[in-house]
Design a protein around this ligand. Structure first.
Ligand SMILES: [Zn+2]
Length: 179
């Protein structure tokens, strides 16, 4: 195999940096949507669900297509993750399973299952709050959304209202441990 020439490496790295930089910008709409997602997460905690909230919106129009929170406990559904439910509902509302023109906002870094579904649904952008060092598949354990071997790559913005998103989870688990 021919080693990558130095000039090529430089070009590839600059392209990568451009990619990374453009991915790290959250819009004001993203932040507003994240506030909604945080309140959905808070409400889920009242039903003893791990408090994760998600909002799917149309990127060009800011129209909200779906809002969801975890339903694993209430529905006994192993796939009952907020972002998966939001994608299902949103695709139905849109009348198209391809969510290319959509932004998925979720309070916690998506897991492997959800990251896989995000790629399959061709979601345009993902915005998330807290990192999940134990299960996150966007950045923490793997980088599923930017794997060049897959047929679709998704831009991700991380750390939006991360403190609030993380606090909701921490409070929940602290309360659980006391019980
Ligand atoms: Zn998940």
């Amino acid at each position: 195999m021919r080693p990558v020439a130095r000039a090529d490496r430089g070009r590839l790295y600059r392209r990568y940096l451009r990619h990374v930089r453009s991915d790290e910008v959250a819009t004001q709409v993203d932040v507003r949507m994240m506030e909604r997602a945080v309140s959905l997460a808070r409400a889920a905690a009242l039903h003893d669900e791990v408090p994760v909230g998600a909002v799917l919106y149309e990127t060009a129009t800011n129209r909200v297509l779906a809002e969801a929170s975890n339903t694993r406990e209430t529905e006994n559904d192993p796939c009952g993750h907020a972002e998966l439910i939001a994608m299902r509902q949103g695709a139905r509302a849109l009348g198209d399973w391809r969510l290319t023109g959509c932004t998925l906002v979720v309070t916690l870094e998506p897991c492997h299952m959800c990251a896989g579904a995000i790629v399959n649904a061709r979601v345009g952008r993902v915005v998330y709050g807290a990192d999940d060092p134990k299960a996150g598949a966007v950045r923490s354990l793997r980088r599923v959304l930017e794997d060049p071997r897959l047929n679709h790559r998704v831009r991700a913005v991380r750390g939006v209202l991360a403190a609030e998103c993380g606090d909701v989870l921490r409070e929940f688990f602290r309360r659980k441990r006391r019980q």
